[in-house]
Design a protein around this ligand. Sequence first.
Ligand code: SF4
Length: 189
Amino acid sequence: KEFGEISIKDLDQVAKSSFPLCMRHLFDKLREDHHLKHGGRMQLGLFLKGVGLKLEDALAFWKAEFSQKVGGERFDKEYAYNVRHNYGKEGKRTDYTPYSCQKIISLTPGVGDHHGCPYRHFSEENLRAALGRMGVGSHAVEDVMDKVRNRHYQLACTLMFEAIHSSSCDAGINHPNQYFSDSQKILQS
Ligand code: SF4
């Protein structure tokens, strides 16, 4: 398979193996609620574009979820534009870039929002639960929580990357799409 392209049928598998916590959380919430508010659709949508999901696949992916909540017709009317817009196919036709960690950490998610950086925006209790679900040991979780307490969110994410992949990440994590491609490089080697 060519690197830098991803199809819908591989999404669940790569979400488990190679999405950073911010994207894993949005992905799981979308699958659970069949809905995401605007901030979440932007953050996850642009990330998925960055990992190589083509526009037609992105439309099919979002529609499959949203139609379970709002119906396919409403998706076509109210949400499809947004997906095409992210791919530069509507409005000013800007090809929008996936958000960096710095940008995501600076966001201010409100009630009912699932975007943002979990290391920055989750309560300690929710973060611990989420880290547990990522399948790392309690020692690694404590190291991560230590970084979080010192507000080193990207270092916390880097430690998680290293714990999950049993591999060092010397450059550190500064972009969710970098997390993804570094992960895929390790898993495919
Ligand atoms: Fe996502 Fe970056 Fe936060 Fe990691 S540090 S969870 S990649 S925003």
